[in-house]
Design a binder for this molecule. Structure first.
Ligand SMILES: O=CC(=O)O
Length: 342
């Protein structure tokens, strides 16, 4: 029997990253051989006897998988910053270390959040396909302007969740004239006014405040959904929230589809409760067909979860995921280990 440590990887991580694993003589690396979501049955069969598993967001990390791997399993590494697909209690109780990929994707997702805010307000969905049958007229396809204007100088950004990506998005909004920032945070944590004042000074905005959800809906010109998924945030953007938004506002979701009630948002866009939406994540993805209510909704730009999809960022995420796996396998520091016992 081989002394090598078996690791299972659910996607080929490409020529920049796979050598980190494949060239390691102490490892026996098994890779899902297709460019598609890893088949669950294949994963359960191949996990048997594995010391490490490297997965994507699409793989459920639960007791069934850990049982299939058996007591050899030391580390699970996900190539994602989100970890809703992982049962943290199971990982913790079994002493399995867990790595994820924060920070490396912050800028890419913040960039895309701004892109979607612009696209949603500027009728991109409707105008992209219209050429050459386009008849210009002074007020056709006019939407709200993201940047401040002489008639609308006060721009307020609302953030549902105010972590790394939200703050990087705020930094990008400052040159657009945003001087007011409202955010909501996990109700289990107490407001920290001193921290808010420090952040307001850091970003150079006049106002930065934690507010209740209804105030955020009412006051924001653009709302960015950037909180983690899971039960606590499920459909946090619901009919009530959407009815409370400004008619000229846009909603951007680059976090998780489960935070937004898709049917309510489609209804809101059809009935004009808000102006537009830019959506990178949809509940139920990747099974989102052309008939999905948001794909059919007016002024709704829907992207297939490409927030972190720049070459540099994806290589950064894959490298971090591979290094997390190696750290956990050999009992060393993992560059980004999540404390699963919190
Ligand atoms: O959604 C992307 C991620 O969690 O990395």
């Amino acid at each position: 029997m081989s002394n090598k440590l078996k690791v299972v990887v659910t996607r080929d991580l490409g020529p920049d990253v796979m050598p980190l694993l494949l060239n390691n003589k102490e490892l026996d690396v098994v890779v899902w051989p297709h460019n598609s979501v890893c088949d669950r049955k294949w994963l359960l069969e191949n996990a048997a006897g594995a010391s490490g598993i490297l997965v994507m967001l699409s793989e459920k990390l639960d007791a069934e998988l850990f049982d299939a791997a058996g007591p050899s399993l030391r580390v699970v590494s996900t190539m994602s910053v989100g970890y809703e697909h992982a049962d943290l209690k199971e990982l913790s109780s079994r002493g399995i270390r867990f790595g994820y990929t924060p920070d490396v994707l912050t800028d890419a997702v913040a960039d895309l959040s701004i892109m979607l805010a612009l696209m949603a307000g500027r009728n991109t969905k409707e105008t992209l396909d219209i050429w050459p049958n386009f008849v210009w007229s002074p007020y056709v396809w006019c939407g709200p302007q993201l940047s401040a204007t002489p008639t609308s100088p006060k721009r307020t950004a609302g953030f549902i969740g105010f972590g790394r990506i939200a703050q990087a998005t705020l930094a990008r909004l400052i040159p657009f004239g945003f001087q007011h920032c409202l955010y909501t945070a996990n109700p289990a944590t107490a407001p920290d006014h001193a921290a808010d004042a420090a952040l307001a000074a850091k970003y150079g905005v006049r106002e930065l405040r934690r507010v209740p959800l209804d105030e955020l809906a009412r006051e924001s010109d653009v709302v960015f959904v950037l909180a983690p998924g899971g039960a606590a945030t499920y459909h946090i953007v619901d009919e009530k929230f959407l009815r409370g938004m400004k008619k000229s506002a846009v909603l951007v979701n680059t976090a998780r589809g489960t935070l937004v009630d898709s049917d309510a948002l489609a209804k809101a866009l059809h009935e004009g409760w808000l102006y537009g939406a830019g959506i990178d994540v949809v509940e139920g993805e990747p099974k989102v067909g052309a008939d999905h209510p948001l794909v059919k909704a007016p002024r709704c730009v829907v992207l297939p979860h490409i927030g972190s999809a720049t070459t540099d960022t994806r290589i950064g995420m894959a490298t971090l995921a591979a290094n997390n796996l190696l750290g956990g396998l050999f009992g060393k520091e993992m560059p980004a280990e999540l404390n699963t016992s919190r």
